[in-house]
Design a protein around this ligand. Structure first.
Ligand SMILES: [Zn+2]
Length: 365
């Protein structure tokens, strides 16, 4: 058996921990339910107990290379602390990495959740075999990360990839970051709910009133209405797709990457927003216009795996069923110079962060 590492997804409603081999095989996944408001020290205790249990179980067969922890928030990579996290009050400026390393006697990597998700998708998901890509996660807000040469690009102090705070409307909706008109005010779950509230206020969207009453299910209910042909709901996702397309057009122009992976919960509304998103991309990005795939809307199922001759076991895993585009991509020994920009949905869902966190720990060695 190969060596393995531990991936941790901290911060959602559950604490999830996985043991993953260096070949990308999931050995075991543990989900610890969140008790009523456990304290920081309780969470760290539960996490370390579970990691020690998993590492003891698989130690006989392979070495534990370390643990990676994905956290929603701004991470100080140098000190291994959480600088700011809305979901984890009381964790800011606490020496998270040092404390967990002390308890585990193993290497620990603490990183942002969107970044480890990008690493997971690049390793085993939509971006498998693609060295240069970005991931954009659409949730309550917008997360982002850039992978260059198969490694995360952090920027000067770990703040690269903030696609969500690019200004799209100079005098637009105020954002928590202090700016106005940020992308995440227009292309996130909270943006969908805001647009629904505004439509309801006009008195012309009675169907939305019922759908958006539940803040948890709101975006999903509005998506269902849109797919049933409800015009106010359809307009919301068209507006969403328009702004997302404008944001992506800028990103494609600046970065000229092979692939942009769209993940996060709202990515499941792809059918409702993607046509408008691609329309904006084609008209607003000179780089995208020059590198548009023949069938961009079909590109969410594209994988480049075959161009890189993965092992048979790999083909049957996460990317199974994805459309092969080896005819579009020269089957070179080196990284394929595809000449097309693929904008595609994430493949691994919530597990991307677990795989990516494990990967980050393995790569750190
Ligand atoms: Zn902002």
């Amino acid at each position: 058996m190969p060596d393995f590492s531990i991936g941790v997804d901290l911060g959602g409603t559950n604490l999830r921990i996985a043991a993953v081999s260096t070949q990308g095989e999931l050995l075991e996944k543990v989900t610890l339910g969140s008790k009523a408001a456990p304290t920081r020290d309780q969470v760290i205790g539960q996490m370390c107990d579970a990691i020690q249990h998993l590492s003891a179980k698989y130690r006989a067969a392979g070495n534990l290379l370390g643990a990676g922890i994905g956290v929603p928030g701004i991470i100080d990579m140098a000190t291994g602390t959480i600088r700011k996290s809305v979901n984890l009050p009381g964790w800011e400026d606490y020496p998270v990495r040092a404390e967990i390393e002390r308890r585990l006697h193993a290497r620990v990597v603490l990183d942002n959740d969107a970044r480890v998700a990008a690493l997971g998708e690049q390793w085993l998901g939509a971006g498998r075999g693609v060295s240069n890509m970005a991931m954009i996660t659409l949730g309550t807000g917008i997360g982002g990360a850039i992978v260059l040469g198969g490694k995360l690009f952090y920027g000067m102090n770990g703040m690269a990839g903030e696609f969500g705070h690019v200004t799209l409307e100079p005098e637009g909706v105020p954002c928590g970051c202090g700016n106005r008109g940020c992308a995440e005010r227009y292309a996130s779950a909270s943006a969908i709910l805001r647009m629904a509230r505004e439509a309801i206020a006009t008195g012309e969207a009675p169907s939305l009133a019922a759908a958006s009453s539940d803040a948890q299910l709101g975006a999903q209910s509005i998506y269902n209405l849109a797919m049933q042909g409800d015009e106010p709901a359809r307009r919301i996702f068209q507006t969403f797709g328009r702004y997302l397309g404008i944001m992506l057009a800028g990103a494609v122009n600046v970065l000229n990457l092979d692939m942009f992976v769209i993940g996060g919960g709202v990515a499941s509304a792809w059918d409702a927003f993607a046509p408008k998103m691609f329309e904006e991309l084609r008209t607003r990005s000179v780089v995208y216009a020059a590198t548009t795939p023949a069938d961009p809307l079909g590109s969410e199922k594209v994988t480049w795996g075959r161009a890189h001759s993965p092992a048979p076991a790999e083909q049957s895993s996460a990317a199974a069923g994805a459309r092969d585009v080896s005819s579009l991509v020269p089957a070179n020994e080196y990284d394929a110079p595809a000449r097309i920009t693929i904008i595609t949905r994430a493949l691994l869902g919530g597990d991307a962060g677990l795989y990516g966190a494990a990967r980050s720990a393995a790569l750190a060695g």
